[in-house]
Ligand binder design. Structure first.
Ligand code: GLN
Length: 199
């Protein structure tokens, strides 16, 4: 399966969805803004962007997305949650209602405190070569706990910032806000492999 044949949906209810659409197109794949649940049938993978997790959750419920997202996950199609998207797919969220429960992590919202609401750091990735990746954190969450089946793909000190469990990829930062596409390319590879398995 070439990248050109892959379609990626970006949940476009609120937040930084346009930048993900742009990133996926830059990688040479098809990107679709998902505004209605039925559109999920048209895509091979889904990005849940950063933004405000409480707002996105409300809109997921209001527009009847929950059932279709659960089905999407059950069918093992890849889902990438960035920042607020990570909070939404987490199994647990500290002091909040549980997330969608697609990945065995506990997240804490706005976890870096007020003074450093936003910062950038060059980090090492477990894939894609030695060059460091510019990770942009905006009122970022932390992953407080990760289950044994969660693979850690990047860390800052003791904090996991990029992780994967089966079809679910999560980052506490915003990879779509700069030009280095290694994480989007990694997600596209996950999608390519999942399509191969289906056929
Ligand atoms: N602080 C936001 C939340 O808790 C997440 C921030 C982001 O997505 N950049 O939902």
């Amino acid at each position: 399966m070439t990248k050109r044949g892959v379609s990626v949906g970006v949940l476009a209810l609120q937040g930084a969805f346009r930048e993900h659409v742009y990133s996926i197109r830059l990688c040479g794949a098809r990107a679709i803004e998902i505004k209605f649940p039925y559109q999920l049938d048209e895509v091979d993978g889904l990005i849940i962007p950063g933004g405000e997790s409480t707002t996105i959750r409300k809109l997921i419920n209001k527009y009847g997305f929950r059932y279709y997202l659960d089905e999407f996950n059950r069918s093992k199609k890849p889902i990438f949650g960035t920042c607020a998207g990570l909070i939404l797919v987490a199994k647990k969220v500290l002091n909040e209602d549980a997330g969608l429960g697609y990945i065995d992590i506990e997240a804490q919202r706005n976890s870096y405190g007020r003074q450093i609401d936003s910062f950038e750091e060059y980090v090492k990735l477990k894939f894609g070569g030695e060059e460091k990746f510019k990770a942009i954190f905006i009122r970022a969450p932390k992953i407080l706990k990760a289950g044994p089946d969660v693979a850690i793909l990047s860390k800052i000190n003791d904090n996991i910032i990029l992780a994967r469990q089966n079809n679910i990829l999560v980052s506490t930062f915003h990879p779509e806000l700069q030009k280095d596409m290694r994480i989007h390319e990694y997600f596209l590879k996950m999608i390519g492999k999942s399509i191969k398995r289906e056929n």
